[in-house]
Design a protein around this ligand. Structure first.
Ligand code: TRP
Length: 334
């Protein structure tokens, strides 16, 4: 039996990942490395579909990759690379543009949301074809498993439709991928506004735990987390979102189950729970922060790791792209 191939991508869109990224995606990707042939891509070409500061983009790309490695993505075992280093992504995206209908691309809800935010007339064509580039990412690697958050489901459905249509029209070329929605049990909420998901665009900077936050900063944020007016420590996402979020954080950081933590903290105050969460999160993030800074202190070595990843990726991607050219009838270069 061959190991199933997994593909997933992450945008280099902030200097530091936050705890929501870690709990919602990374932990699962890290685990899946042992059961899958995993390919992870820092999708810088996707990032530029909205304005980016050119001075910052390359640095953010490195920082993102460094954090993934520090968290446990193993560039030896898996393939970790930067999207723009493998030109086949852009090349296949163009070809897939020609088998995607305007109508189906127009139905992508993420495009509708994002373009509305910018004023629809100013949204770029790149933002419109974003999901088609994403389809190219996946299809180049014959990935069968694509672990993503719920917000990406429609893009993976589109990828399935495009690949099925292509295969029908041009003969069997692509592996049709399955979507794997990642476990929502580990959803992390904003500490100041525990009814919203932790997100880099959160309203209060105090509500977001960045993976690279210094210990004192983490402690301060956890201790000022919004809770509620009673004193009960139990998991009840609806009535006690703040306390429930702290219990989820505690569980992730200590490895103890939420029911075990409820028992342990029964009758003890919120202050006590917060101290425990703060300590556990600091302890969990300490090696991640240190390793990230070590990796970033030697950019030449980090770039070598990413170049090696790009070479591994390119070998697979170029083979697929050649098959696609042949299927479509493009004249091979002599
Ligand atoms: N659009 C994805 C996101 O915002 C990132 C992404 C790009 C991706 N290409 C991908 C995810 C391919 C999975 C597979 O989260």
């Amino acid at each position: 039996m061959t190991t199933p191939r997994l593909f997933s991508g992450m945008q280099p869109s902030a200097d530091s990942l936050h705890f929501g990224n870690y709990a919602g995606a990374l932990i699962q990707w890290i685990e899946m490395q042992s059961t899958h042939d995993a390919v992870f891509c820092v999708v810088d070409l996707h990032a530029i579909t909205v304005p980016q500061d050119p001075q910052a983009l390359a640095a953010t790309t490195r920082k993102t990759a460094a954090q993934y490695i520090a968290c446990g993505i193993d560039p030896q075992k898996s393939t970790l690379f930067v999207q723009s280093h493998v030109p086949a992504h852009s090349e296949l995206a163009w070809i897939l543009n020609t088998v995607t209908s305007f109508g189906e691309a127009s139905r992508m809800t993420q495009f509708k949301d994002k373009s509305q935010k910018q004023g629809s007339d100013n949204a770029t064509v790149g933002l419109f074809t974003y999901p088609i580039l994403q389809a190219a990412d996946i299809l180049l690697y014959d990935a069968t498993v694509v672990p993503v958050g719920e917000d990406q489901r429609q893009h993976i459905e589109l990828t399935r439709n495009i690949s099925e249509r292509f295969n029908q029209r041009f003969g069997d070329t692509f592996v049709v991928p399955e979507v794997k929605i990642m476990d929502a049990a580990a959803k992390i909420y904003d500490l100041q506004n525990p009814e919203s998901k932790m997100s880099k665009s959160g309203e209060s900077p105090q509500g977001i735990l960045w993976l690279l936050d210094e210990p004192a900063v983490i402690t301060k944020k956890v201790k000022s987390a919004v809770t509620d007016t009673d004193t009960d420590i139990r998991f009840d996402a609806e009535n006690k979102p703040g306390v429930s979020n702290l219990l989820t954080l505690a569980s992730l950081a200590t490895g103890k189950s939420v029911p075990a933590l409820e028992k342990e903290f029964q009758g003890s105050g919120y202050g006590n729970l917060k101290s425990t969460v703060a300590e556990a999160v600091v302890e969990l993030l300490e090696p991640i922060r240190t390793t990230t800074h070590e990796l970033l202190a030697d950019p030449a070595e980090l770039d070598r790791i990413l170049a090696a990843g790009a070479s591994k990726a390119e070998a697979i991607a170029d083979t697929t792209l050649a098959k696609v050219h042949e299927a479509v009838g493009l004249l091979p270069r002599a």
